[in-house]
Design a protein around this ligand. Sequence first.
Ligand code: NI
Length: 168
Amino acid sequence: MARLPILIYPDPRLHKKAAPVLHVDAKIRQLAADMAETMYAAPGVGLAASQVDVHQQLIVIDVSEDKSQLQVFINPEIVAREGECEGEEGCLSVPGIYDVVFRSAWVRVRALDLNGKPFELEADGLLAVCIQHEMDHLQGKVFVEYLSRLKQTRIKSKMVKHHSRVTA
Ligand code: NI
């Protein structure tokens, strides 16, 4: 397994749309394993392939306390949603920034598992929020884009400074 570098906002590659996975093969399973390792090391509760510059529809999530419940969603689709909730979100691609985003409170997701087998899952709470956050990444959307233009400008300049510092 390998840890993968995470793209930092406002990297334009975060805005690419991910393509559906056509074959769930060994390469995809390796990518999922590497993404899980990267997510746990960060540490974070979710990671989309877009964030590691692989533009395929794959996300990994683990919202459990003891990090024992890895969930992998390939070609995820939200087939039903209900209610609304607001919560503070953060993102491994926007380190240090947290803000409130409105999401559906409940979702039913259809996806493929690591064997290419379709499954459906109903989620609420943190898992529902996380699924929606990661699926946005696959569409090229970062959570800060729900915030005001002023906040986005501030976050961008903060990220650029942070990034030039760490790469200097
Ligand atoms: Ni994120």
